[in-house]
Ligand binder design. Sequence first.
Ligand code: PEP
Ligand code: MG
Length: 876
Amino acid sequence: MENKKYVYLFKEGNASMKNLLGGKGANLAEMTNLGIPVPQGFTVTTEACNKYYEDGRKIAPEVIRQIEEKMAELEGISGKKFGSLENPLLVSVRSGARASMPGMMDTILNLGLNDATVEAMVKLTNNPRFAYDSYRRFIQMFSDVVMDIEKRLFENKLDDMKEAKGVKFDTELNADDLKKLVREFKALYKKEKGKEFPQDPKTQLIESVTAVFRSWDNPRAIVYRRLNDIPGSWGTAVNVQEMVFGNKGETSGTGVAFSRNPANGEKAIYGEYLMNAQGEDVVAGIRTPQPIDKLKEQNAEIYKQFEDIVNTLENHYRDMQDMEFTIEEGKLYFLQTRNGKRTAQAALKIAVNLVEEDMLTKEEAILKVEPKQLDTLLHPAFDSNELKKANPVAKGLPASPGAACGKIAFTAEEAKERAENGEKVVLVRLETSPEDIEGMVAAEGILTVRGGMTSHAAVVARGMGTCCVAGCGELKVNEEAKTLQVAGKTLTSNDWISIEGSTGNVYAGAIKTVAPEISGYFATFMSWADEIRKLKVRTNADTPRDAKQAVEFGAEGIGLCRTEHMFFAEDRISAVREMIVAKTEEQRRKALDKLLPMQREDFIGIYEALEDRPTTIRFLDPPLHEFLPTEAEDIETLAKEMRLTSEELKSTIEYLHEFNPMMGHRGCRLAVSYPEIAEMQTRAVIEAAIHVRERKGYNIVPEIMIPLIGEIKELKFVKDVVVETAKSVMAEKGIEIPFKVGTMIEIPRAALTADDIAKEAEFFSFGTNDLTQMTFGFSRDDAAKFLKDYYEKKIYEQDPFAKLDQIGVGSLMKIACEKGKAVRPDIKLGICGEHGGDPSSVEFCHNLGLDYVSCSPFRVPLARLAAAQAQVKNKR
Ligand code: PEP
Ligand code: MG
């Protein structure tokens, strides 16, 4: 007999039990402890959810037994009885994971209603309209969430009824209409399921709890988890809470509120509510809600109480709160509180303000901003000149800042598909729902006809940092015909549209976007991050322009300059090709002579952009297939230049063809075959360094990095070429400068023999793109095609090329660090694979004791913050 506790009354929990009770459950418990008016209830734990999956998607009898036990206790607390014909207890059933996943999982309200209890509610409230409105909502939600019957079928019936009655709003339907609707809904249920709508409240409850567990693994939840780095193993809790009703007439209502403005961080209560409504009405965006200030006018006393609780909660949690409340016949209840989602701008302002208000220390404040959010600050706004000339055709709500421009996509699938084909699209919908998540991710921006600032579109877009204009009622969208009518124009999928998330303006046509400026709160906040972090942040940059951009974003040097990227330019590619297809050393040297001055100029530009900051230059690492000519025209031109016949050149190209270029003649292998390539690059690196030292006085210490090493003798061979060339260049110039030679660790064998490698290498930089590819044994170019099957089957939850595989690849890194340090205690350690810009991977690198991470320029601020957070969480 098991005796694990799977169900907790709210009063048995507290805020620290988030892992077990989920965020919502833990906070309901905490609010209960704080004496805030919370309808009482209980939480079924995340462990019960995990058990459901362990048991092959079956809810355990022990869990059912404990739910029934707590239900009986809740009856005692509320003085009502589940299924009673005198005073029936009705409950809501809601999901609540450890991390909030807005709109990703499902909620059921008014549970406990059936043909008999609805009549009891009629008698009890003397309000048949209310009772039947609640019942029809319950049937619809239960059918949709638990039984998977399409919501649309019910909505169509509701719309038909409204049309037949000639009314616009649900609130205009009377009790008889709703009673009729209930009959129609039940008939629909029977038609779809072949059985009657379940009348037993206990069955309704257990089925609903099970459905919430099941929803943890629905496709949209899996996508959301992958985007937000939430492990599937967390599971969700389920909260069962006594219903209070916002739809009992004009003295009842419901709303959502934030203790500060979630869009700009301003310190003022911000929210929306609707009278005579249930929660779903506010969020679904079917009726447009009122701003919270109106409540002050409508009922000053309630507003005062509301304001006091909001302040209590913010002070208690020391963070901006996002709350749901309901007023039932003039009595206020809080149904939920959590740390509110916010835009990046708001997050920075709130974090800085909370330190200024002495609510948080700098260390605590650093944890209040999601590193990935910073991205949005670095993203475009409209070009001001173009904007001046443009006239908005409509205005909606400024739901999520930024600017976006793209062609119109009318469905999420269309947005996703067209974006995958390289088109820029703006997703235009009547309203969005959680099923739209992938299309929303793919779109440049989101525009909806319905919904308020807290609608699904607005909340999700803010979280993702995607520009969003919501509730733009002036648009007439026909999703079937794929047309949008506005200001006398009809736009189709071929037309451009531009939207501005900070004003709500909508423009027909394309407006150029420009990179934003960063200042104010961002600078203050980032200076704190820089004070705290131990890990340095460098950038992967191959041009002076990128290097400058990265320095502006706070990069402390270059961790990876991919020299082959300099060769894609039109005026160079032919010289590079000439070098690759050369059959003799003489031919190759001729091509290299053409490349030398270009390389030297590149390096001069980069050194100058970086001033005194360190620069790691990686020697040529071109998978050959990226460079070989394929077009007949290119082959002909190149043949002419090399005084070959096209046929001769074609046969060389065929000879060079590789079955697996990623594991082919690339990296240091090229320099082993053709040392003259390393000679030329060394000459360019050293000559440029001497030039800039002499001209600008910068103390340049080039770091030459040899790629794709798997064997110490390989490194030794190339290093000897480098050192000899460098010496002879310095002798020619009559000046000695310091330089370093190191290597990338990107082949498992290099990691495993790092003690040998460290004898020659003055630094290691983990090339985790290749290291991941070689450790998993799947190609970084092809894996995406089948990884989606792995996500679906829950074999992998994350793309290992985006988020470091700490267990496998991470172990190799750990071995390499330990072995490297044992031989060369002062060896410099860094990472330059894509993972250098992923927050959880940055934390891993911090814990591993690396000296720096290196990432693309736009991710530098993110990495600085992630490094600071890693230090706060794991003091080093
Ligand atoms: C790597 O392999 O991680 C790396 C940085 O090199 P590249 O992506 O150029 O192969
Ligand atoms: Mg590599």
